[in-house]
Design a protein around this ligand. Structure first.
Ligand code: KIV
Ligand code: NA
Length: 278
């Protein structure tokens, strides 16, 4: 199968063929996700929450993103990989933005970068696009702005909010973005934006009308110590329970000396044994 490109992404939108995206943060998850046939992998800064144990994405650094993106690329050499630009790395100067983007592309081997924001980041999206780097925009609930938004709440409920989201999406498209993530926005707003843009929209908590869908790997697999139900997530497995039960079984068997059993054990000839004990 041909890996996705930004050209193919747009053709999929035109053909109304849903684009699938899931996050991954390391080698085995990326390899399994590639085998599962996903169109795009997102190395999200959600790794701050789901693999590093922070309570937001704010502490994630460009070094963290490069490190995880490199591992994902080793696991998924044939999948389109998008890497998140972390908090405060694309808001000051174009040159600082481009130096972070350069690292994600050259050291992390990403195919594209993602940035949160609309009108206010259009200049940075334009600069990256002119440098040959595809940019995915991200509007609606933008977790890096959690302290400004005041929590993780649904966007696009009022007329003014809907209009603002549309202007943000259009600004991203004009600046050259190759796709836009819509996070936690009402279905009507997601549909309106998806129809007005020529580039694909990728939804999370945005209903079924977007051109693609993205979810967090650890969410769909319940691969987390204390999973909190989220209405927009469907869980397809309970890896948390599988891991907890399997490891506790291992502990029990070691304590009870039933592991290792003879089949896990190597033996020398009896003659060797005699010589060992003299
Ligand atoms: O970091 C992330 O996982 C994301 C998705 C939720 C879109 O940005
Ligand atoms: Na993110």
């Amino acid at each position: 199968k041909q890996p996705l490109s930004i050209v193919k992404m747009k053709q999929m939108k035109e053909k109304n063929e849903p684009i699938t995206m899931v996050t991954a943060y390391d080698y085995p998850s990326a390899a399994l996700v590639e085998e599962a046939g996903v169109d795009m992998i997102l190395v999200g800064d959600s790794l701050g929450n789901v693999v590093l144990g922070y309570d937001s994405t704010l502490p994630v650094t460009i070094d963290d993103m490069v490190y995880h993106t490199r591992a994902v690329r080793r696991g998924a050499p044939n999948t389109f990989v998008v890497a998140d630009m972390p908090f405060m790395t694309y808001n000051s100067t174009v040159s600082e933005t481009l130096s972070g983007v350069r690292r994600l592309m050259q050291e992390g081997h990403a195919n594209a970068v993602k940035m949160e924001g609309g009108v206010e980041i259009a200049l940075m999206v334009d600069a990256c696009t002119k440098a040959g780097v595809p940019v995915v925009g991200h509007i609606g609930l933008t977790p890096q702005a959690v302290h400004q938004i005041g929590g993780y709440r649904i966007q696009g409920k009022t007329r003014e909010d809907a209009e603002r989201l549309l202007q943000d999406a259009l600004a991203l498209e004009r600046a050259g973005a190759c796709a836009v993530v819509l996070e936690l926005v009402t279905e009507q707003v997601a549909e309106m934006i998806s129809k007005k843009l020529s580039i694909p929209t990728i939804g999370i908590g945005a209903g079924s009308v977007t051109d693609g869908q993205v979810l967090v790997f650890h969410d769909i697999l319940k691969y987390t110590p204390s999973y909190r139900e989220k209405r927009f997530v469907k869980t397809y497995a309970d890896l948390g329970a599988v891991i907890r039960d399997s490891v506790s079984q291992y502990v029990k068997e070691v304590k009870g000396r039933s592991f290792p059993a003879p089949e896990h054990t190597f033996r020398a000839d009896d003659q060797v044994l005699e010589s060992l004990y003299g």
